[in-house]
Design a binder for this molecule. Structure first.
Ligand SMILES: Cc1cc2nc3c(=O)[nH]c(=O)nc-3n(C[C@H](O)[C@H](O)[C@H](O)COP(=O)(O)OP(=O)(O)OC[C@H]3O[C@@H](n4cnc5c(N)ncnc54)[C@H](O)[C@@H]3O)c2cc1C
Length: 319
């Protein structure tokens, strides 16, 4: 029996785990990926995070995650990777005066915990482009695993948000040419990132969408046909590598299947203590709402951890 089981080893989950373990609660984090860290390791390991408090010159995504993992482990939390939480249920009560424990079913087994903190993030898998439905070649990417792989290549990035522009800035340092295709007449990414990308020679094509890819005889990617959504004119752009950054499928189905109340934007409904509609289950980080930042995810991890601690230990100073 665990005191607290945390679903997801991203910034929210790792910070919650460090906090509950520090307070002497037996804490377990379950992570479906093969490594902990959440989005900073999964999606932007080599990006310099410049807006996280306490790091005036910035910190790499993977480095920040590594430190959060060490902090949670040093506090005594266990982290299990490659295991996906699929169901959260309440077990039958044995005593009337006691809240029955929660049963957490995973891809590998089953655990009991007094409290659960959901830190799943709000994203699931990256959204795919319809035109790539039948293409399985190696030149389509959703995250930069090995930046040197793009050295000297002509890279086309699809998307207008931070992910697209952060990737463009990163790849422009090694690629021969970097082009970003933005569907709208403006980019959603931070203005500073758009400016920096342009200063680094990234070409940005607004109101432009990819409509078709062309392949070489070998099956490798050759180029992308794009359409100007204002004029209807099409053109072909050479592309050795194509990077897709058009967002992620929301995690809504997992939440709804487990009986959580989900708001219209796909976030989970919580009260001011970050308690969900299911008693004993808290939620923290991107999964709860609008502001999606590492610092706010960590802060919510701490808030949920303290309320879980309060309910389990009922300390006199928190009554
Ligand atoms: C491209 C990009 C760039 C960004 N840049 C910045 C930045 O510069 N600064 C900043 O502050 N923020 C940035 N963010 C936002 C930041 O990454 C998030 O706000 C933060 O990661 C949220 O942390 P989290 O722990 O809530 O969720 P996540 O980091 O998404 O972690 C959730 C974890 O839960 C796991 N999980 C999900 N479901 C299950 C399940 N059923 N079972 C087990 N495990 C599960 C996931 O695999 C994941 O590891 C960026 C986001 C993106 C996409």
């Amino acid at each position: 029996m665990y005191d607290v089981l945390i679903v997801g080893a991203g910034p929210a989950g790792l910070t919650a785990a460090a906090n509950t373990a520090h307070r002497g609660l037996k804490s377990l984090v379950i992570e479906k990926q093969s490594f902990p860290g959440g989005l900073p390791t999964l999606v932007y390991p080599d990006k310099i995070i410049r807006d996280h408090p306490g790091f005036p010159v910035g910190i790499l995504g993977k480095e920040l995650s590594r430190m959060l993992v060490i902090q949670a482990q040093n506090a005594g939390a266990q982290i299990r990777c490659d295991e996906e939480v699929v169901r959260i249920e309440r077990s039958a009560s044995s005593r009337e005066d006691e809240t029955p424990p929660l049963v957490v079913k995973t891809s590998l087994g089953e655990y009991q915990a007094k409290r659960v903190i959901l830190c799943t993030g709000s994203y699931n898998v990256p959204k795919k482009l319809e035109i790539l439905k039948n293409y399985t070649g190696p030149n389509v990417h959703y995250r930069v695993e090995v930046p040197s792989r793009f050295k000297g290549k002509e890279v086309v990035i699809v998307g207008g948000g931070d992910h697209a522009f952060d990737t463009a800035i990163q790849l422009s340092e090694v690629a021969a040419k970097t082009t970003v295709l933005v569907r709208e007449a403006y980019a959603k990414a931070k203005e500073s990132s758009v400016k920096l990308a342009q200063q680094m020679g990234v070409k940005v094509l607004y109101h432009t969408s990819p409509v078709k890819i062309s392949k070489k005889a070998s099956g490798l990617l050759q180029g992308v046909q794009v359409v100007d959504l204002e004029t209807g004119k099409t053109e072909s752009i050479k592309a050795d590598e194509l990077f897709i950054a058009i967002g992620f499928e929301p995690i809504r189905r997992f939440l709804e299947n487990n009986g959580f109340i989900v708001r219209e934007d796909g976030s989970i409904r919580v009260d001011q203590n970050l308690q969900t509609n299911i008693e004993g289950v808290f939620a923290a980080g991107d999964v709860t709402g609008e502001i999606k930042l590492i610092a706010t995810a960590c802060a919510e991890g701490i808030i949920a951890a303290i309320h879980a601690f309060e309910e389990i230990k009922k300390p006199y100073w928190l009554r």
